[in-house]
Design a binder for this molecule. Structure first.
Ligand code: FES
Length: 161
């Protein structure tokens, strides 16, 4: 992981004091922030180091909770902002469009392993909501047609993120 990524993970780990008792919330936030929607080895090691725990204990927690993943969820994890401005610009319709297009509910991965999607908080692009973030790229002003095209383009390699 590069310095910027490491610093962002440290910020998440310490945002509520860096206490062991908050490890579940910390791991969920780290997973939401990750590119492929899972807790990788480096991240688990960083959590263990910062919270003064063993890596084994961190992995026990990751494997105990179904919402936490030890492997990539999908090649493309679409993160749908649901903070208030995007919510009012119909982020729920984005979720419905994704469910219709991909044929899997929120939090599940398509059979081909290409797509998964879930909600995240504000990504700082409120003026173009509703938005989806994929890795470092934000797609805004989305509607049913644009979402359908975006999925097709990602699948065909016509949009690179
Ligand atoms: S509320 Fe969605 S980007 Fe800010």
């Amino acid at each position: 992981m590069d310095i910027r990524e490491r610093n962002e993970k440290l910020r998440i780990i310490h945002q509520d004091g860096g206490e062991q008792e908050n490890i579940l919330e910390i791991l969920i936030d780290l997973q939401f922030a990750s590119e492929e929607g899972y807790i990788d080895e480096e991240t688990a090691a960083l959590v263990a180091q910062e919270l003064h725990m063993t890596e084994t204990r961190v992995y026990e927690i990751v494997s105990y909770y179904a919402m936490l993943k030890e492997k990539p969820q999908a090649k493309f994890v679409l993160k749908v902002c649901n903070s208030s401005p995007c919510h009012f610009s119909r982020s729920e319709e984005v979720i419905l469009s994704l469910e219709k297009k991909l044929g899997v509910p929120i939090g599940k991965t398509t059979d081909d392993g290409l797509f998964a999607y879930h909600y995240i908080p504000c990504v700082g692009a409120c003026d173009i909501g509703p938005v989806v973030k994929i890795k470092d790229t934000v797609f805004g002003s989305l509607d049913d047609d644009k979402i359908s095209s975006l999925i097709d383009d990602l699948r065909n390699g016509e949009v690179v993120v």
